[in-house]
Design a protein around this ligand. Structure first.
Ligand code: ADP
Ligand code: UDP
Length: 237
């Protein structure tokens, strides 16, 4: 499968058309941004890790458990064929442990383990800074139907159950993560975008060392090593 014209360049990936109107090729970059694009940098080797990790988690872990995803085929280290979707403009965030904006917003420390996972939605809109919204707001803005929101919620919790259990076997606590969903041409909702240390908080379950993009956001150093360490535990390399 060949890349045709570039349709979009985002902060972390480029998206290309293919000869098949139902398929796209995504190409993962080493560019990193944080705080809605205010902080910019490069994490060497990140594109390769995020591509391979996302494909492994979607293709080998989630699809066999019945979670429909956009994943089709890994072409090479940085490029993957995915099903083209119309992205539902919601960032779906699941949390198992307090951290980041949750800790800040509610004035609690990081590291509180919740009895039940939480879910929240942000309106995926860079100009507005991805504002938090609830399902009534999403319906009022016609971002998705009631039925789609129900599907997205149940798929997101299913993803959490599978990922949380799997990461635990690698000695990693899945703290929180962001998912994006999309509609295939027939309207079916599938998991899209990526699952990677850019979009998940991953803490070593013994040392509580951060193995994710917070090392970049918070200038903790060892960013590349952290991404490599997750990859090593995940795929034995
Ligand atoms: P951003 O747009 O936030 O800068 P990226 O650099 O990751 O993010 O760009 C990838 C873009 O492609 C995102 O806008 C994402 O919503 C979109 N996307 C992800 N998967 C698909 C898909 N299967 N079909 C169409 N668009 C997708
Ligand atoms: N996240 C993301 N993209 C975003 C916002 C959040 O991938 O635009 C992920 C982030 O990596 C974390 C989770 O979603 O794993 C929860 O992020 P939070 O709301 O705490 O925001 P942050 O602290 O990143 O501002």
């Amino acid at each position: 499968m060949e890349k045709l014209e570039q349709l979009y360049e985002g902060k972390a990936k480029k998206v290309f058309a293919t000869e098949n109107p139902e398929l796209l090729i995504v190409s993962y970059k080493d560019d990193a941004t944080a705080f809605n694009g205010l902080k910019k940098g490069t994490i060497s080797g990140k594109g390769v890790i995020n591509n391979r990790m996302s494909n492994f988690l979607m293709g080998k872990l989630l699809e066999p458990k019945g979670v429909a995803t956009h994943f089709v085929e890994e072409l090479n280290d940085r490029e993957t064929v995915v099903k083209k979707v119309q992205i539902v403009p919601l960032e779906v965030i699941i949390r198992n442990i307090s951290a980041g904006s949750f800790a800040k917003r509610y004035g609690v420390e990081e590291g509180i383990v919740f009895d039940e996972p939480t879910i929240e939605f942000s309106y995926k809109n860079d100009d507005l800074g991805d504002p938090l919204l609830n399902t009534y707001h999403a319906l009022a803005l016609k971002l998705a139907t009631k039925e789609e929101i129900e599907t997205i919620k149940s798929m997101a919790f299913q993803v959490n159950d599978a990922l949380k259990a799997y990461f635990k076997t690698l000695g990693i606590d899945l703290v929180d993560f962001k998912l994006e969903f999309g509609r295939l041409s027939d309207g079916t909702i599938v998991l899209a975008d990526e699952i990677s240390p850019d979009t998940c908080r991953l803490w070593d379950d013994k040392t509580h060392e951060k193995l994710d993009k917070d090392r970049f956001r918070r200038d903790l150093g060892g960013v590349e090593d952290a991404y490599q360490e997750v990859m090593r535990r995940l795929m034995g390399e």
